[in-house]
Design a protein around this ligand. Structure first.
Ligand SMILES: [Zn+2]
Length: 437
Protein backbone atom coordinates (compact mmCIF):
# COMPACT_ATOMS: atom_id res chain seq x y z
CA UNK A 1 0.00 0.00 0.00
CA UNK A 2 1.47 3.34 -0.98
CA UNK A 3 0.59 6.62 0.58
CA UNK A 4 1.33 10.02 -0.74
CA UNK A 5 2.16 12.20 2.19
CA UNK A 6 4.12 15.33 1.76
CA UNK A 7 7.28 15.01 3.80
CA UNK A 8 8.99 17.92 2.12
CA UNK A 9 10.89 19.88 4.80
CA UNK A 10 9.38 23.22 3.83
CA UNK A 11 5.94 22.02 4.94
CA UNK A 12 7.06 20.82 8.35
CA UNK A 13 6.76 22.72 11.58
CA UNK A 14 8.44 21.30 14.58
CA UNK A 15 6.41 21.02 17.79
CA UNK A 16 9.14 22.69 19.78
CA UNK A 17 8.98 25.70 17.54
CA UNK A 18 12.40 25.26 15.93
CA UNK A 19 12.48 25.55 12.24
CA UNK A 20 13.10 22.24 10.51
CA UNK A 21 16.26 23.61 8.97
CA UNK A 22 17.42 24.40 12.49
CA UNK A 23 16.60 20.88 13.67
CA UNK A 24 18.44 19.38 10.73
CA UNK A 25 21.46 21.53 11.45
CA UNK A 26 21.33 20.60 15.13
CA UNK A 27 21.25 16.87 14.40
CA UNK A 28 23.95 17.14 11.76
CA UNK A 29 26.09 19.06 14.22
CA UNK A 30 25.49 16.47 16.93
CA UNK A 31 26.44 13.64 14.66
CA UNK A 32 29.60 15.50 13.78
CA UNK A 33 30.81 16.38 17.27
CA UNK A 34 29.77 13.16 18.99
CA UNK A 35 29.99 10.46 16.35
CA UNK A 36 27.88 7.87 18.15
CA UNK A 37 25.56 7.40 15.23
CA UNK A 38 22.65 6.21 17.38
CA UNK A 39 20.36 9.14 17.99
CA UNK A 40 17.79 9.75 20.64
CA UNK A 41 15.11 12.38 20.42
CA UNK A 42 12.99 13.00 23.47
CA UNK A 43 9.67 14.79 23.24
CA UNK A 44 9.68 18.39 24.39
CA UNK A 45 9.19 18.76 28.11
CA UNK A 46 10.11 15.17 29.00
CA UNK A 47 12.09 15.04 32.23
CA UNK A 48 15.38 13.20 31.90
CA UNK A 49 14.35 10.29 34.09
CA UNK A 50 10.59 10.43 33.77
CA UNK A 51 8.96 7.00 33.94
CA UNK A 52 7.94 5.70 30.54
CA UNK A 53 4.35 6.35 29.69
CA UNK A 54 2.98 3.28 27.94
CA UNK A 55 -0.04 5.09 26.61
CA UNK A 56 1.34 6.39 23.31
CA UNK A 57 -0.37 4.73 20.35
CA UNK A 58 1.10 4.42 16.86
CA UNK A 59 -2.02 4.81 14.73
CA UNK A 60 -0.52 4.44 11.26
CA UNK A 61 2.80 3.76 9.58
CA UNK A 62 3.53 5.20 6.15
CA UNK A 63 6.65 4.52 4.11
CA UNK A 64 6.40 7.02 1.28
CA UNK A 65 8.10 8.00 -1.93
CA UNK A 66 10.14 11.14 -1.72
CA UNK A 67 12.28 12.56 -4.51
CA UNK A 68 15.50 12.33 -2.54
CA UNK A 69 15.00 8.91 -0.96
CA UNK A 70 12.04 7.87 1.16
CA UNK A 71 10.08 9.11 4.11
CA UNK A 72 8.91 7.24 7.16
CA UNK A 73 5.87 8.88 8.72
CA UNK A 74 4.15 7.67 11.89
CA UNK A 75 0.80 8.95 13.12
CA UNK A 76 0.92 9.05 16.92
CA UNK A 77 -1.50 9.84 19.72
CA UNK A 78 1.22 12.12 21.08
CA UNK A 79 4.96 12.67 21.06
CA UNK A 80 7.25 9.87 22.08
CA UNK A 81 10.97 9.28 22.61
CA UNK A 82 12.58 8.03 19.39
CA UNK A 83 15.83 6.11 19.13
CA UNK A 84 17.31 5.31 15.75
CA UNK A 85 20.15 2.99 14.87
CA UNK A 86 21.97 1.74 11.82
CA UNK A 87 22.76 -1.95 11.42
CA UNK A 88 24.97 -3.61 8.83
CA UNK A 89 25.13 -7.16 7.38
CA UNK A 90 22.43 -6.88 6.14
CA UNK A 91 21.91 -3.09 6.04
CA UNK A 92 18.94 -1.99 8.12
CA UNK A 93 17.57 1.05 9.91
CA UNK A 94 16.04 0.50 13.33
CA UNK A 95 13.60 2.88 15.01
CA UNK A 96 12.72 2.20 18.66
CA UNK A 97 9.78 3.85 20.40
CA UNK A 98 10.01 3.09 24.12
CA UNK A 99 6.62 3.33 25.75
CA UNK A 100 4.65 3.15 22.51
CA UNK A 101 2.32 0.45 21.22
CA UNK A 102 0.72 -0.19 17.85
CA UNK A 103 -3.01 0.40 17.45
CA UNK A 104 -4.93 -2.80 16.70
CA UNK A 105 -5.49 -3.62 13.05
CA UNK A 106 -2.92 -1.35 11.43
CA UNK A 107 -0.61 -2.92 8.80
CA UNK A 108 2.71 -3.86 10.41
CA UNK A 109 4.80 -4.76 7.37
CA UNK A 110 5.39 -3.88 3.74
CA UNK A 111 7.36 -5.47 0.93
CA UNK A 112 7.14 -2.77 -1.70
CA UNK A 113 10.45 -1.23 -2.67
CA UNK A 114 10.38 2.50 -1.91
CA UNK A 115 13.56 4.49 -2.58
CA UNK A 116 16.40 2.81 -0.67
CA UNK A 117 13.91 0.85 1.49
CA UNK A 118 13.23 -2.69 0.22
CA UNK A 119 10.88 -3.86 2.99
CA UNK A 120 9.83 -2.94 6.51
CA UNK A 121 8.20 -4.49 9.54
CA UNK A 122 7.03 -3.32 12.95
CA UNK A 123 6.07 -4.90 16.25
CA UNK A 124 6.79 -5.20 19.94
CA UNK A 125 10.50 -5.71 20.49
CA UNK A 126 10.49 -6.09 24.23
CA UNK A 127 7.85 -5.42 26.79
CA UNK A 128 6.84 -1.78 26.45
CA UNK A 129 9.08 -1.11 23.48
CA UNK A 130 7.93 -0.92 19.91
CA UNK A 131 10.34 -1.23 17.03
CA UNK A 132 10.35 -0.62 13.30
CA UNK A 133 12.96 -2.21 11.06
CA UNK A 134 13.58 -0.98 7.52
CA UNK A 135 15.56 -3.29 5.21
CA UNK A 136 17.76 -1.32 2.85
CA UNK A 137 18.59 -2.04 -0.78
CA UNK A 138 21.02 0.89 -0.78
CA UNK A 139 22.98 2.54 2.04
CA UNK A 140 20.82 5.22 3.65
CA UNK A 141 20.29 6.98 6.95
CA UNK A 142 17.55 8.75 8.83
CA UNK A 143 18.35 12.38 8.26
CA UNK A 144 16.40 13.67 11.24
CA UNK A 145 13.28 13.09 13.32
CA UNK A 146 10.64 15.77 13.48
CA UNK A 147 7.29 15.97 15.18
CA UNK A 148 4.64 17.75 13.17
CA UNK A 149 1.10 18.50 14.32
CA UNK A 150 -1.45 18.10 11.57
CA UNK A 151 -5.21 18.25 12.15
CA UNK A 152 -4.98 17.02 15.73
CA UNK A 153 -2.59 14.17 14.91
CA UNK A 154 1.05 14.15 15.93
CA UNK A 155 3.15 13.04 12.99
CA UNK A 156 6.66 11.77 13.45
CA UNK A 157 8.43 12.46 10.16
CA UNK A 158 11.75 10.86 9.31
CA UNK A 159 13.32 11.62 5.93
CA UNK A 160 15.55 8.76 4.78
CA UNK A 161 18.46 9.81 2.60
CA UNK A 162 20.92 7.74 0.59
CA UNK A 163 24.52 7.97 1.78
CA UNK A 164 27.83 6.67 0.47
CA UNK A 165 28.66 3.09 1.45
CA UNK A 166 31.73 4.24 3.41
CA UNK A 167 29.68 6.69 5.48
CA UNK A 168 27.03 4.04 6.13
CA UNK A 169 29.66 1.54 7.29
CA UNK A 170 31.14 4.17 9.63
CA UNK A 171 27.77 4.96 11.18
CA UNK A 172 26.89 1.28 11.60
CA UNK A 173 30.26 0.58 13.24
CA UNK A 174 29.81 3.54 15.64
CA UNK A 175 26.32 2.35 16.59
CA UNK A 176 27.61 -1.14 17.22
CA UNK A 177 30.42 0.16 19.43
CA UNK A 178 27.95 2.23 21.48
CA UNK A 179 25.63 -0.75 21.82
CA UNK A 180 28.36 -3.07 23.08
CA UNK A 181 29.63 -0.43 25.49
CA UNK A 182 26.12 0.09 26.86
CA UNK A 183 25.80 -3.63 27.44
CA UNK A 184 29.10 -3.65 29.31
CA UNK A 185 29.16 -6.20 32.07
CA UNK A 186 25.47 -7.02 31.96
CA UNK A 187 25.99 -10.71 31.21
CA UNK A 188 25.77 -11.59 34.88
CA UNK A 189 26.89 -14.82 36.48
CA UNK A 190 25.29 -18.17 35.90
CA UNK A 191 23.23 -18.99 38.96
CA UNK A 192 23.31 -22.63 39.90
CA UNK A 193 20.12 -23.71 41.62
CA UNK A 194 20.17 -24.97 45.17
CA UNK A 195 20.90 -28.70 45.34
CA UNK A 196 17.49 -29.43 46.86
CA UNK A 197 15.53 -27.26 44.40
CA UNK A 198 13.34 -28.91 41.79
CA UNK A 199 15.01 -29.01 38.36
CA UNK A 200 13.87 -26.19 36.07
CA UNK A 201 12.80 -26.46 32.43
CA UNK A 202 13.05 -23.29 30.36
CA UNK A 203 10.44 -23.42 27.59
CA UNK A 204 11.27 -21.17 24.66
CA UNK A 205 8.43 -20.31 22.28
CA UNK A 206 10.23 -19.07 19.17
CA UNK A 207 9.85 -15.64 17.55
CA UNK A 208 7.27 -13.17 18.93
CA UNK A 209 6.43 -9.49 18.59
CA UNK A 210 7.98 -7.96 15.51
CA UNK A 211 9.12 -11.39 14.32
CA UNK A 212 6.13 -13.55 13.26
CA UNK A 213 8.15 -16.58 12.15
CA UNK A 214 6.74 -18.90 9.48
CA UNK A 215 3.26 -18.41 8.03
CA UNK A 216 0.52 -20.95 7.32
CA UNK A 217 -1.71 -21.04 4.26
CA UNK A 218 -4.39 -19.01 6.01
CA UNK A 219 -1.98 -16.55 7.57
CA UNK A 220 -1.50 -18.55 10.78
CA UNK A 221 1.61 -17.24 12.49
CA UNK A 222 4.32 -19.47 13.92
CA UNK A 223 4.82 -17.13 16.90
CA UNK A 224 1.19 -17.63 18.03
CA UNK A 225 1.13 -21.40 17.51
CA UNK A 226 4.38 -22.06 19.36
CA UNK A 227 3.36 -19.80 22.25
CA UNK A 228 0.01 -21.58 22.65
CA UNK A 229 1.74 -24.98 22.55
CA UNK A 230 4.40 -23.88 25.06
CA UNK A 231 1.69 -22.64 27.42
CA UNK A 232 -0.04 -26.03 27.12
CA UNK A 233 3.24 -27.82 27.96
CA UNK A 234 3.78 -25.43 30.88
CA UNK A 235 0.29 -26.11 32.21
CA UNK A 236 0.92 -29.86 32.00
CA UNK A 237 4.27 -29.54 33.80
CA UNK A 238 2.67 -27.45 36.53
CA UNK A 239 -0.10 -30.00 36.94
CA UNK A 240 2.56 -32.74 37.16
CA UNK A 241 4.27 -30.68 39.86
CA UNK A 242 7.57 -32.59 39.96
CA UNK A 243 9.66 -29.96 38.21
CA UNK A 244 9.66 -26.20 37.84
CA UNK A 245 8.96 -24.44 34.58
CA UNK A 246 9.78 -21.00 33.21
CA UNK A 247 9.34 -19.41 29.79
CA UNK A 248 11.49 -17.06 27.74
CA UNK A 249 8.31 -15.22 26.77
CA UNK A 250 4.69 -15.57 27.84
CA UNK A 251 3.25 -12.91 25.57
CA UNK A 252 3.65 -11.51 22.08
CA UNK A 253 7.08 -9.94 22.57
CA UNK A 254 10.35 -10.40 20.77
CA UNK A 255 13.32 -11.88 22.66
CA UNK A 256 16.73 -11.96 20.93
CA UNK A 257 18.22 -15.43 20.45
CA UNK A 258 21.21 -14.79 22.72
CA UNK A 259 18.91 -13.46 25.43
CA UNK A 260 16.91 -16.72 25.38
CA UNK A 261 20.10 -18.68 26.02
CA UNK A 262 21.15 -16.25 28.77
CA UNK A 263 17.76 -16.60 30.47
CA UNK A 264 18.15 -20.39 30.64
CA UNK A 265 21.68 -20.11 32.02
CA UNK A 266 21.01 -17.34 34.52
CA UNK A 267 18.09 -19.27 35.98
CA UNK A 268 20.20 -22.42 36.20
CA UNK A 269 17.82 -24.35 33.95
CA UNK A 270 18.39 -28.10 33.71
CA UNK A 271 16.83 -28.21 30.26
CA UNK A 272 16.07 -25.74 27.46
CA UNK A 273 13.34 -26.61 24.97
CA UNK A 274 12.79 -24.28 22.04
CA UNK A 275 9.49 -24.68 20.17
CA UNK A 276 9.07 -23.78 16.51
CA UNK A 277 6.99 -24.72 13.49
CA UNK A 278 8.17 -24.85 9.90
CA UNK A 279 6.60 -24.15 6.52
CA UNK A 280 7.34 -25.64 3.12
CA UNK A 281 5.17 -23.96 0.52
CA UNK A 282 6.35 -26.14 -2.34
CA UNK A 283 5.79 -29.44 -0.49
CA UNK A 284 2.53 -29.29 1.36
CA UNK A 285 2.42 -33.03 2.05
CA UNK A 286 5.54 -32.88 4.22
CA UNK A 287 4.36 -33.26 7.80
CA UNK A 288 5.32 -34.09 11.35
CA UNK A 289 7.71 -32.95 14.05
CA UNK A 290 11.51 -32.91 13.90
CA UNK A 291 13.73 -32.71 16.98
CA UNK A 292 17.00 -30.85 16.61
CA UNK A 293 20.20 -30.83 18.61
CA UNK A 294 23.23 -28.59 18.13
CA UNK A 295 25.96 -29.61 15.69
CA UNK A 296 28.68 -27.72 13.88
CA UNK A 297 27.79 -29.53 10.68
CA UNK A 298 24.12 -30.01 9.77
CA UNK A 299 22.81 -33.56 9.57
CA UNK A 300 21.22 -32.85 6.16
CA UNK A 301 20.36 -29.96 3.88
CA UNK A 302 16.85 -29.48 5.29
CA UNK A 303 18.32 -29.21 8.79
CA UNK A 304 20.80 -26.62 7.53
CA UNK A 305 17.93 -24.64 5.97
CA UNK A 306 15.87 -24.82 9.15
CA UNK A 307 18.76 -23.49 11.23
CA UNK A 308 19.41 -20.72 8.75
CA UNK A 309 15.74 -19.72 8.84
CA UNK A 310 15.49 -19.78 12.63
CA UNK A 311 18.82 -17.98 13.09
CA UNK A 312 17.44 -15.09 11.02
CA UNK A 313 15.00 -14.18 13.82
CA UNK A 314 17.33 -11.50 15.19
CA UNK A 315 17.91 -10.09 11.73
CA UNK A 316 14.17 -9.66 11.19
CA UNK A 317 13.87 -7.85 14.49
CA UNK A 318 16.81 -5.52 13.94
CA UNK A 319 19.30 -7.18 16.27
CA UNK A 320 22.94 -7.28 15.25
CA UNK A 321 24.09 -10.91 15.20
CA UNK A 322 27.65 -9.78 15.87
CA UNK A 323 26.58 -8.59 19.33
CA UNK A 324 26.61 -12.24 20.30
CA UNK A 325 30.26 -12.92 19.52
CA UNK A 326 31.08 -12.99 23.22
CA UNK A 327 29.39 -16.41 23.38
CA UNK A 328 32.36 -17.71 21.41
CA UNK A 329 34.66 -17.19 24.38
CA UNK A 330 32.29 -19.06 26.62
CA UNK A 331 32.22 -21.89 24.10
CA UNK A 332 35.89 -22.47 24.77
CA UNK A 333 35.64 -22.06 28.54
CA UNK A 334 32.84 -24.54 28.78
CA UNK A 335 34.25 -27.08 26.39
CA UNK A 336 34.26 -29.86 28.94
CA UNK A 337 30.77 -29.17 30.15
CA UNK A 338 29.64 -29.20 26.56
CA UNK A 339 30.31 -32.89 26.03
CA UNK A 340 27.98 -33.89 28.81
CA UNK A 341 25.48 -31.27 27.69
CA UNK A 342 25.56 -32.71 24.18
CA UNK A 343 25.02 -36.24 25.42
CA UNK A 344 22.06 -35.12 27.56
CA UNK A 345 20.65 -33.17 24.63
CA UNK A 346 20.68 -36.26 22.41
CA UNK A 347 18.94 -38.38 25.01
CA UNK A 348 16.29 -35.78 25.73
CA UNK A 349 15.70 -35.35 21.98
CA UNK A 350 14.93 -39.08 21.77
CA UNK A 351 12.60 -38.79 24.76
CA UNK A 352 10.76 -35.85 23.19
CA UNK A 353 10.42 -37.75 19.89
CA UNK A 354 8.69 -40.52 21.85
CA UNK A 355 5.82 -38.20 22.71
CA UNK A 356 5.27 -37.27 19.05
CA UNK A 357 5.63 -40.90 17.91
CA UNK A 358 2.87 -41.91 20.28
CA UNK A 359 0.53 -39.53 18.44
CA UNK A 360 1.85 -40.44 15.00
CA UNK A 361 3.09 -36.87 14.60
CA UNK A 362 6.76 -37.50 13.76
CA UNK A 363 8.49 -36.48 10.54
CA UNK A 364 9.87 -39.41 8.54
CA UNK A 365 13.45 -38.49 9.51
CA UNK A 366 12.81 -36.81 12.85
CA UNK A 367 16.22 -36.73 14.56
CA UNK A 368 18.30 -33.93 13.14
CA UNK A 369 21.15 -31.61 14.04
CA UNK A 370 22.29 -28.19 12.89
CA UNK A 371 23.91 -24.98 14.10
CA UNK A 372 21.00 -23.28 15.85
CA UNK A 373 22.14 -20.20 17.76
CA UNK A 374 19.48 -20.75 20.38
CA UNK A 375 20.95 -24.18 21.26
CA UNK A 376 24.40 -22.89 22.15
CA UNK A 377 24.25 -22.88 25.95
CA UNK A 378 27.36 -24.88 26.84
CA UNK A 379 25.99 -26.03 30.18
CA UNK A 380 22.23 -26.46 29.62
CA UNK A 381 21.04 -29.47 27.59
CA UNK A 382 19.07 -27.90 24.76
CA UNK A 383 16.76 -29.13 22.01
CA UNK A 384 14.69 -27.40 19.38
CA UNK A 385 11.41 -28.96 18.31
CA UNK A 386 9.88 -28.07 14.96
CA UNK A 387 6.35 -29.07 15.96
CA UNK A 388 5.21 -29.59 12.40
CA UNK A 389 4.53 -27.74 9.16
CA UNK A 390 2.13 -24.82 9.00
CA UNK A 391 1.81 -25.60 5.29
CA UNK A 392 0.45 -29.10 5.96
CA UNK A 393 -3.30 -29.26 6.52
CA UNK A 394 -3.09 -32.11 9.07
CA UNK A 395 -0.29 -30.49 11.08
CA UNK A 396 -1.96 -27.11 11.22
CA UNK A 397 -5.16 -28.74 12.42
CA UNK A 398 -3.40 -30.57 15.28
CA UNK A 399 -1.43 -27.45 16.21
CA UNK A 400 -4.61 -25.43 16.53
CA UNK A 401 -6.51 -25.35 19.78
CA UNK A 402 -7.49 -29.03 19.83
CA UNK A 403 -7.72 -31.88 22.38
CA UNK A 404 -4.94 -33.57 20.35
CA UNK A 405 -2.59 -30.68 21.00
CA UNK A 406 -3.39 -30.76 24.71
CA UNK A 407 -2.74 -34.54 24.80
CA UNK A 408 0.51 -34.13 22.89
CA UNK A 409 1.62 -31.32 25.23
CA UNK A 410 0.85 -33.52 28.24
CA UNK A 411 2.87 -36.44 26.87
CA UNK A 412 5.77 -34.17 25.94
CA UNK A 413 5.72 -32.65 29.45
CA UNK A 414 5.75 -36.16 30.94
CA UNK A 415 8.74 -37.25 28.85
CA UNK A 416 10.73 -34.12 29.72
CA UNK A 417 9.99 -34.45 33.45
CA UNK A 418 10.93 -38.17 33.39
CA UNK A 419 14.22 -37.33 31.73
CA UNK A 420 15.10 -34.75 34.37
CA UNK A 421 14.01 -36.81 37.35
CA UNK A 422 15.40 -40.22 36.44
CA UNK A 423 17.33 -40.75 33.20
CA UNK A 424 19.53 -37.67 33.58
CA UNK A 425 21.16 -39.10 36.69
CA UNK A 426 21.64 -42.52 35.15
CA UNK A 427 23.43 -40.96 32.17
CA UNK A 428 25.45 -38.67 34.40
CA UNK A 429 26.78 -41.64 36.38
CA UNK A 430 27.91 -43.44 33.27
CA UNK A 431 28.89 -40.41 31.20
CA UNK A 432 32.58 -40.41 32.07
CA UNK A 433 32.95 -43.96 30.81
CA UNK A 434 30.72 -43.83 27.75
CA UNK A 435 30.73 -40.26 26.38
CA UNK A 436 32.59 -39.83 23.13
CA UNK A 437 34.19 -36.47 22.52
ZN1 LIG B 1 10.78 -20.71 14.08
Amino acid sequence: MSHTLDVAPRKMRNERGFSVVGAAFFLAFCAFCAPLGAQETKPAGAAANAPQDLAVAVRAIHVVEDGEGAGLVLDLSREVTVRTEILNDPPRLVIDLPGAGFAAGIPLSGNKSIGPVSAWRAGMFMLGQSRLVLDLAQPAMIERTDFVRQNGTVRLVMPIRKVAQGRFDELAAADRKARLAARGADAGPVNPRAANAKPLIMLDPGHGGIDSGALGAKGEQEKDIVLATALAVKAALEADGRIEVAMTREGDTFVPLGERVRMARSRGAALFVSLHADSLRAERDVRGASIYTLADRASDSLAAQAAEKENRADEAAGVDAEDETREGVEDILFDLARRETRLFSHVVAQEAAGAFRKHNRLHKTPMRAAKFRVLKAPDVPSILIELGYLTNSEDIKILGDTPERAALAKDLAGQLADFLLTKRHAISAGAAATASP
